[in-house]
Design a protein around this ligand. Structure first.
Ligand code: SAH
Length: 349
């Protein structure tokens, strides 16, 4: 019989288990500390517990830990990690360092069920959702890597790896609960961004759940027919539904959502497209991130030119839409946005 995973007990459940064994309550604190703050891989590492308790724990529970399958380092210092999950499936997590910041980009699903035409992950079928611990452990791992390789503290987390986070809602929220909990990594939710392809009713749910983290919408076109051509999810989640959901999110949480917009050459980078984006921004209080397109195999798109990008940005500025242009990172190792496809792992999986 397989033993239950001890990290599936919340703190109260662990306390109850301890009490039922007639052990002092503070033991639960100690164990929880080892499990989440120290992220240990075995009960033997819990050195301040008596040997008898460690044995009892290992008889009754299991500790699961993700493994690093491989890491690749880009010339711009971005590091892509292939992570082996509890059942040997593989996802990718990325460390994006700058001089004084380190961002972890984590995956929420094995593959993805959506079929966005410009994204490499879309070429992998969705196999399953990640468990919240698998997400938490990716963050933990990237945090240690940032320290070890670049002596940087982890400052930001983005849910922009493989998968659609809002289609794995409970695990994503639970992972953030532990990342922000003082019993976990104690990070501020303002340092966390969840990116979604745009599932209106789940955005409304985030608002109703009064979340404190940031939300980014992958907009990519503010013209309905165009968006539908590249993101089939948008046929059932129209721009109007998304605008309403985002406004509701802002009204409930006080957090201004970000709109992500990948600049695709002669597809969504004309002045007419900029006009539509300005109109959308008039309806939705938001910030805009313009993202450089990263080449994906078998994709019909090309990245925009500097001239077209400048004209686009100028138009936005003239109409008082503030846009940040995001430089791409880790392209040479296929670690950039939309490039995560387990390329070097395909033979293994
Ligand atoms: N499924 C979520 C999160 C993953 S993608 C979402 O759709 O938001 C993270 C960001 O990278 C999204 O904005 C996505 O649209 C973008 N992206 C996908 N493919 C890309 C590519 N080839 N180049 C640049 N950005 C891309």
């Amino acid at each position: 019989m397989t033993k239950p995973d001890i990290r599936h007990l919340n703190f109260e459940q662990l306390q109850n288990w301890i009490t039922n064994q007639n052990l002092p309550k503070y033991r639960a604190e100690q164990i929880y500390h080892w499990l989440w703050l120290k992220n240990v891989a075995s009960f033997d590492e819990m050195t301040d517990l008596p040997k008898s308790l460690r044995t009892l724990l290992s008889e009754q529970f299991e500790i699961k830990k993700i493994q690093t399958q491989s890491i690749q380092i880009s010339k711009d210092k971005t590091i892509k990690c292939a992570i082996r999950l509890f059942d040997n499936n593989i996802v990718e997590s990325v460390l994006i360092p700058t001089k004084d910041r380190a961002t972890a980009c984590v995956s929420s699903q094995v593959g993805c069920s959506l079929d966005c035409k410009f994204c490499a992950t879309a070429q992998l079928k969705r196999k399953r959702n990640l468990d919240y611990q698998e997400i938490y452990q990716q963050v933990y791992f990237i945090k240690e890597l940032a320290k070890e390789k670049y002596n940087l503290n982890l400052t930001n987390i983005v849910y922009m790896g493989m998968g659609e986070p809002l289609l794995n809602y409970n695990n994503v929220l639970k992972s953030i609960e532990m990342i922000t909990s003082p019993k976990g990594l104690g990070m501020s939710p303002q340092r966390i961004t969840v990116s979604t392809s745009g599932i209106a009713k789940m955005i409304v749910k985030l608002a109703d759940d009064n979340v404190k983290f940031n939300l980014a919408l992958s907009l990519h076109s503010a013209i309905e027919e165009k968006r539908q051509q590249i993101m089939s999810i948008s046929t059932s989640n129209t721009l109007e539904m998304l605008a309403n959901a985002l406004n509701y999110f802002y009204q409930k949480t006080g957090t201004r959502p970000t709109l992500e917009y990948v600049m695709l050459y002669e597809f969504n980078d004309s002045i007419k497209d900029a006009q539509a984006l300005v109109d959308f921004c008039r309806k939705v209080k938001s910030k805009v991130n313009l993202i450089e397109y990263n080449p994906v195999e078998n994709s019909p798109f090309k990245k925009t030119t500097p001239e077209r990008l400048n004209a686009f940005v100028e138009y936005l500025e003239k109409h008082r839409v503030i846009a940040t242009v995001r430089r791409s990172r880790g392209q040479d190792i296929d670690a950039a946005c939309g490039q995560l496809v387990n390329k070097n792992q395909l033979a293994l999986s």
